[in-house]
Every structure is written in C-alpha cells, then in structure tokens.
Design a protein around this ligand. Structure first.
Ligand SMILES: [Zn+2]
Ligand SMILES: [Zn+2]
Length: 621
C-alpha cells in the first residue's frame, strides 16, 4: 500500500542520517578523497565542505564528541526553527562505535523529543543496562511522542481507524449471522407453512437456506448474506434484538464507508500531495533534489511551496533569497505570525532592529508564542528599550519557562529563533489531499462486491428498507414458538390453537397441574426433561466460550452479544495487524506495536467482563 513517493522519502531520511553518521574529516583539513556518500548526494562533485544546511554544518563542525555535536546542533536547530531535530538523532542511533550507547540514546532524545524511535532506542539500551523502570518510562515517553510527530500520528491514527472500520463492519456481520441463526428454526417453520403445512422440517430449513443464499448467488457477497439474516433477525427477534440489529446495521454502513475513507485518507496522506510531502522533507531537513524541483514548480501558485523554499534558503544561509521569499509570502498571508516572525528575524540579523520590532509586534497580535516573545525581547535589548525588554521577558517566562531557559542559555545577544512551518497546517494539507476511497474500496471489495457496495446510500437504504418492511409485516402472522421445557414446535396453524407460545400442553400439565397425571409416568418424564436441560446447559456453556457473542444471545441480551463480538474482533485484528496496516514510516520502532498491544489488552479485559456478565445473566433467567 505504501507508494513509491512515500518510500522515496523514507530512503531520503535514512540516507541523510547515514551521511551524518559517517566519520567526517576534521575541520580545516583537506581530505584527499571526499566521502563516498557526498559523491552520491552531489554527482557534479561539490566539495566536502558544501553542507546541505546550516544545521548539518553545526553538527559536523560542532566537535568530535557526540555530546558537543548534539549541543551545537540543538542550538542551531532552535535558531532555525526545528521542533525536533530528527536527522542527527537518527545518526546518533546509527552510530554505535563512537560512544557509549546509553549516552547516544539520551542525546537522541534530547535532539528529537518528538521522534518516538529515539525514545524506543533509549528504552532498549536502558533495558539492556538493567534499568527496567527507566526503560518503562522511556517506552511511555515514546507513546506520548506519537501524537506530536506528524508522520507517526498519521500512521497510527490511520491504522487504528482502519482497524476500527474492519472490526465494526466484521463484527456487525457476525452478529447478524448469529442472530439470524438463533431465530432460524422458527423462521424456517413459518416460511414452510406458507408453502405447505405438511412440509418436513429439513425441507423448511433448506427453503430458508436457499432464500438466504440468494443474495450471494446474485453477487451481493457477504453483505447481501448479512442483509438476509438481518431481515430474519428483525422479523423473528424480540424488541431488544431489533435495537441491537439496528445499531449493528448503522455501524456496518459507517465502518464500510466514512470510517474506511477517513482511514484511507490518513494512511495514504503522504502519497498524494507532492508539495506537502516536499515541505515536510524541508521541515525535517531531508529534502531530495526531486522534491526541491516540485517546490520550485509551485512556488508562485502554492504558498506552502514558497514557505518551504523560504525555510530552506534560511537554513542554507542564503538570507537574501529567504528575505525575498518571505516578503512575497507576506503579501499573500499578511497576518501569518510564522511568516512575520521569520521575516523579522531576517531584518534583525541584517541590523534593521526597528523594522524587526515592528514585524514582531504585528506577529504577536496574531499568536502567542514564547519563541516570538523571546525574539522580541532580543530586539528590545538591542534597541536598549529596557522597560519593554523586562515586560516581554516576563511574558515569555510565563508562556514556557523551559523553552525560554534553553533559548537564553547560550547568552547570545544575536540569537533569534525561527518558527517552523506549523505541523497543524501540514496535517490539514495531508488529510485533505486524498479522499481515501481507494483504500476504502479495497477494504470493502471482498465484503460488498455488488450493488450494495456502490455507495453508502445503497447499503444504508437497503438495511433501512428491510428493517421497516420486516417490522411492518412481522405482526401480520402468528409466529410459531418452541416449548421451553421440551423443545416441541408450537404452531397455531399446524396444531389448531395453542394456549402459549412458550410451553406445550403436555409440559403445562406436567408442571402446573400435576394431579391430572400418572405419578410414575410423571417422574419418568421429569427425569427425561432434567437430562435434556443439563445437556442443553452444557452445550450452551461450550458455545458461550467457543463462539463470541453466543453467551449474550443465550442470556437474551443481544446488546451484550454485539459488544462481545466487537471486543473479540478488536483483539483478533490488533494481533493480525500488530505492525500496522501499512509499514511504519520508520518513526516509531516498537512504539507502534506497543500501542496496538495496549488497546488489545484493554479489549481482552473488556471481553472477559462482558462474557462474565452474560453468563451470570443466563443463570438468572
Ligand atoms: Zn413441552
Ligand atoms: Zn406451523
């Protein structure tokens, strides 16, 4: 399911990390032969001093020790607007020889707090060192980092939605089948009466079976088969059966249509919008030449492309180009706080302090950001506006003391920090890029290959129509029943009048009017019935444990049956898709499987509780 475009980006991310992890020649020393990967990066033969960004320069020239390089990259990263610096973090995780692994893991987490993979790597090394509590906390941090990482959250959200869509639609179909089967004998008898009252039992069952298989033969697949059993369940079930069946039908249609589409649009998000993907690559400093050419193609028509190119120019140290691009962008988005802040930073660096203050002040009307306030305070400081400086620093301190501390630590009067392309904006672009219909169709095709699978109005209309029709006609004939004591068929049409739909004449006499029966024969009959009852209970217990949902139906609680099937389905699906529905974008490591395992464990506990409640309800019948 992963496309070439997404995979190419993954290769780019890995290649960048690999380049950064390679031992580079010491600064100032001319290398006789440039490293091989540099050649790979630039076939035209740019010298080994040509960095892809200022961030890479900070990393490479930061020193020989990983800690020094990480600190230099972190400072430069803050300045260039990186929320999480993934490439050096990945490089540290690839580098095993140059330092103790534990310290590399900690540095990776410091550099890329939003990269779940870094937390997972730290957890693994902590575990190997015997620090089990620390490892557990690091794994927890990995889970917490998922929603803050765009690629990881799209992948996990898409996978969970796809699993949910598959579970609710599958569980609804299974529930319809079980409910249909539970009323099958009564339905078969009443249907047979329509043809002939002398019809033998097996012929009645065969007739009903043929009718139920008709939709399959017509090419409507499992959904059509489910619709037939749904009709039987509504016609012959009780009011609580009907409620649970209506809920199942609604969730079935929701699962097959909108939920599957949402899942598809999240899972395929990174495949459709080439400009947004290229902007994401710029945001993680891993853009490829192909992605760059996409951005250049759309720089005039797509503000996101212009924004990404401005960010890239700034990171390459081309302040003139960055200024020109931000100025053009500000014409389209005059109220964009990110654009205003980054433009102000460029003015500040060029020495135009008052121009910078003007832009910072315009930006802070639009958004509250500790980074923006810090920058403004730096500009006030340079303009020697002491009172404004103090007030602004106080506001920045209140907004985020930790971030302010990190920004102030270098004590650099020239340090101003860019704001990144808002991840929210990228997420919206990605989610609106693909309708998800391709994925939804793939999920639906095996279940609904026919007319019912054409669109949600077809499926919803069919289920609603059948429901209304069955409710309307089911009161028009006397339903046959079964004796609760001996299992005899009770039918007013076949046996003249029956006085109860639940107990035959013989059993009524045996239990309610014992004086009219022969004592010896009564004892024999009661013994037979007790044996039958015990056998029925044993089979019921066996089915309750073997087939999810049976316990609820036997307890006459269809609602519990449906919930049990959904929970059991979740346990199954999360085990099958424990590595996600599509391959993980190399941002999560085991954190993804851990997230699925946690939901699976919760579902398993829920299933056990529902099963226990159903068994208890059956005992109390
Ligand atoms: Zn009976
Ligand atoms: Zn009959």
């Amino acid at each position: 399911m992963t496309s070439t475009r997404g995979r190419r980006r993954l290769y780019g991310v890995l290649l960048a990390a690999l380049v950064w992890a390679l031992p580079l020649p010491a600064v100032g020393q001319e290398s006789a032969s440039p490293p091989a990967v540099e050649e790979l990066e630039s076939p035209e033969g740019i010298s080994s001093r040509a960095y892809r960004s200022e961030l890479e320069r900070a990393w490479v020239e930061g020193g020989s020790e990983p800690a020094a390089r990480a600190a230099a990259a972190r400072k430069r990263g803050l300045e260039l607007g990186f929320l999480s610096i993934e490439t050096p973090a990945r490089a540290l995780l690839l580098e095993n020889g140059s330092g103790p692994e534990l310290s590399n893991g900690r540095l990776a987490v410091m550099l890329a707090p939003r990269l779940p993979l870094a937390h997972v790597a730290l957890a693994r090394t902590l575990w190997e060192e015997g620090e089990y509590t620390g490892a557990a906390f690091a794994l927890w941090d990995a889970l917490v980092a998922i929603p803050r990482n765009l690629e990881a959250s799209l992948w996990l959200g898409g996978s969970l939605l796809a699993m949910f869509a598959a579970v609710v639609s599958g569980a609804s179909l299974v529930f319809m089948v079980l409910t249909g089967l539970s009323v099958g004998r009564v339905a078969a008898h009443d249907l047979g009466d329509l043809v002939s009252r002398d019809m033998p039992e097996f012929a009645r069952v065969a007739l009903l079976g043929c009718l139920l298989l008709l939709p399959l033969w017509l090419g409507e697949g499992l959904l059509g088969f489910g619709l037939g059993l749904f009709a039987a369940g509504v016609a012959f079930g009780t009011a609580s059966h009907r409620k649970a069946l209506a809920l199942a039908a609604v969730l079935l249609v929701l699962g097959l249509y909108p939920l599957a589409r949402f899942a598809g649009s999240a899972l395929l998000a990174l495949e459709t919008d080439a400009v947004a993907l290229a902007a994401l690559s710029v945001a993680t400093d891993t853009e490829s030449p192909a992605e760059l050419s996409w951005l250049e193609r759309f720089e005039d028509s797509d503000p996101l492309a212009q924004h990404a190119l401005a960010v890239r120019a700034r990171r390459k140290g081309d302040l003139e180009d960055a200024t020109a691009r931000y100025t053009r962008l500000a014409e389209v988005r005059p109220d964009d706080a990110v654009v205003l802040n980054n433009m102000a930073n460029l003015r500040f660096l060029s020495g135009d302090v008052n121009g910078a203050i003007d832009l910072y002040e315009r930006a802070q009307v639009q958004a509250v950001s500790p980074v923006l306030l810090f920058n403004l305070s730096q500009a006030y400081g340079r303009a020697i506006r002491v009172e404004d400086l103090r007030a602004t620093l106080e506001r920045a301190q209140a907004a985020s003391p930790a971030l302010l501390g990190e920004l102030s630590r270098p004590g650099d009067a020239n340090l101003v920090a860019d704001l990144p392309i808002p991840p929210r904006r990228l997420r919206q672009r990605f989610l609106s890029a693909d309708t998800g219909e391709v994925f939804a169709h793939a999920l639906r095709a095996p279940v609904a290959p026919g007319w019912l699978g054409r669109g949600w109005p077809y499926a919803a209309g069919a289920f609603a129509g059948v429901f209304v029709l069955m409710v309307a006609v089911s009161g028009r004939w006397r339903h046959s029943g079964t004796c609760m004591r001996c299992g005899t068929r009770l039918c007013a049409r076949c046996h003249g009048t029956v006085w109860s739909g639940h107990m035959c004449d013989g059993c009524h006499r045996l239990f309610q009017r014992a004086e009219t029966t022969n004592a010896k024969m009564r004892m024999t009959r009661l013994k037979e019935l007790r044996v039958r009852e015990r056998r029925r209970n044993q089979i019921g217990d066996l089915l309750s444990f073997a087939v999810p949902g049976t316990a609820g139906l036997l307890a006459r609680r269809p609602d519990l049956a449906y919930v049990a099937i959904v929970l059991c389905g979740w346990v199954l699906v999360s085990a099958v898709w424990r590595h996600g529905v599509v391959p993980d974008p190399l941002t999560l490591g085991v954190a993804g499987s851990l997230a699925f395992l946690l939901t699976s464990a919760v579902a398993a506990v829920g299933y056990t509780i529902v099963l226990a409640v159903s068994l208890a309800a059956r005992r109390n019948l």
